[in-house]
Design a binder for this molecule. Structure first.
Ligand SMILES: *Cc1c(COP(=O)(O)O)cnc(C)c1O
Length: 300
């Protein structure tokens, strides 16, 4: 590991494991524990660090000086990348989906403050950029530049995500995470024993494609895993949509457990998990880990 990354990671906090106490859980003798990756760092969103860590290490080992990536105008991924790039004295560039807004939102303002060079691209150009998946796949890349695909979805991201698993000191039956690109889910599947059930909750509507995407990411691993599934019905209207029910859930969750959730990923994942628990989906006595992937910057 590059010394600069080791030094940076020294500034991170421990990602704690917090038990959730609720009458509905006690009734079914279920345990839910939150793995608090939101606590890792005040700015870098939890799972985004996990996914970027080994890509950054790869880029540094190749003596790259510029990191290029892509994302939406509220992207947690770009937010983490811009901060880390700035902290490591690397240049960062990003393609942002859609037209440049007349007033920049807080996420874009942060990106600018951390010296990320922004290029706004049309939706069709953005879709084209999604096709470039490897660090050297972007056309016209200069020799000092390193490409990081959308959401940090690359092979080496799985290695960083597996470190989450290594930090969980208790046994458990089920582990849950929110899914955007499914990279975090794939990393978790690749890191747990086959007897552990892994559940993803899709943030996007119509995200069936995730099943193939996750299977593809796992195809580089040694064995074919069947101990995972993706819940596609808890998108609550689609990416970045918010229903009154979800807002209430997030509000109540903060009141009862003093844990903040955001409505795009972790809010929906826990909403879905609670719904499955309510439906009696899980077996008595099961212990469930829910991964809090952070992302609270997007709440602003
Ligand atoms: C990006 C993000 C996700 C989705 O991660 P993927 O690896 O793309 O599936 C989940 N939660 C939060 C808070 C995120 O920012």
């Amino acid at each position: 590991m590059d010394a600069r990354l080791i030094a940076l990671e020294k500034q991170f906090s421990r990602s704690e494991l917090t038990p959730i106490h609720a009458p509905s859980l006690a009734e079914q003798q279920l345990e839910v524990w939150l793995k608090r990756d939101d606590l890792l760092h005040p700015i870098i969103s939890g799972n985004k660090w996990r996914k970027l860590k080994y890509a950054l290490n790869h880029a540094l080992s190749l003596h790259k000086t510029t990191l290029i990536s892509m994302g939406g105008a509220y992207s947690n991924h770009l937010h983490a990348l811009a901060f880390v790039g700035n902290a490591l004295n690397l240049n960062t560039k990003a393609f942002i989906r859609g037209e440049r807004p007349t007033v920049l939102n807080p996420t874009l303002q942060d990106l600018m403050a951390w010296n990320m060079h922004l290029t706004f691209v049309s939706r069709s150009e953005y879709r084209q950029l999604r096709l470039y998946k490897a660090f050297n796949a972007l056309p016209d890349l200069h020799s000092n530049e390193y490409w990081i695909p959308e959401g940090g979805a690359m092979d080496c991201a799985l290695q960083g995500v597996r470190e989450i698993i290594q930090e969980i000191p208790i046994a458990y039956d089920v582990i849950c995470t929110a899914c955007g690109t499914g990279t975090t889910l794939a990393g978790i599947i690749s890191g747990v024993p086959e007897t552990t059930q892994v559940m993803g909750f899709a943030a996007l509507k119509g995200a069936d494609f995730l099943n193939a995407d996750v299977a593809k990411m796992l195809s580089t691993q040694q064995s074919i895993r069947k101990n995972w599934q993706i819940q596609l019905n808890y998108h609550l209207g689609g990416f970045a949509k918010q229903t009154p029910l979800l807002s209430k859930f997030i509000h109540d969750f903060a009141q009862h457990h003093a844990v903040n959730l955001e409505p795009i990923y972790t809010g929906k994942m826990l909403f879905g998990l609670y719904d499955l628990i309510y439906q009696g989906y899980f077996s008595t006595g099961q212990r469930i880990i829910a991964l809090h992937t952070g992302g609270l910057q997007g709440n602003r």
